[in-house]
Design a protein around this ligand. Structure first.
Ligand SMILES: [Zn+2]
Length: 117
């Protein structure tokens, strides 16, 4: 499961940020993950628990927040969010073009917010 190494990376950044600001106790970390980033939110939470239990960060929680997929039609410029069963062919609601759309959001994976004291 790649979530474990993802969370390791997240924790390294969190620790760095906390040290920079002299914070001692982590409360929560909000992570935004795009619909296309293939992150399983439950696995992310489990990995976070596994990696923080028994450490100085124990008791904190990770909040995954999904960013929906949004694309712009390469033909007519229409912006739309394909439904879940339209991952491979994404018919444009305006002109019907199915391929080659520009992905506006849905691939991202980043720490949105760190709450600590
Ligand atoms: Zn179109």
């Amino acid at each position: 499961m790649h979530e474990l190494s993802l969370v390791e990376g997240i924790l390294a950044i969190v620790r760095e940020e906390m040290a920079k600001h002299g914070l001692k106790r982590l409360i929560r970390v909000r992570v935004k993950h795009g619909e296309l980033s293939a992150v399983v939110p439950e696995a992310l939470e489990t990995a976070f628990e596994v990696l923080t239990v028994g450490t100085d960060l124990a008791g904190a929680c990770l909040e995954p927040e999904m960013v929906p997929l949004r694309v712009r039609c390469r033909q007519c410029g229409e912006e739309f969010s394909p439904s879940e069963n339209e991952r491979f062919l994404m018919p444009c609601p305006a002109c019907g073009t199915e391929l080659g759309h520009h992905v506006l959001s849905g691939r991202e994976l980043y720490i949105d917010h760190i709450e600590a004291e």
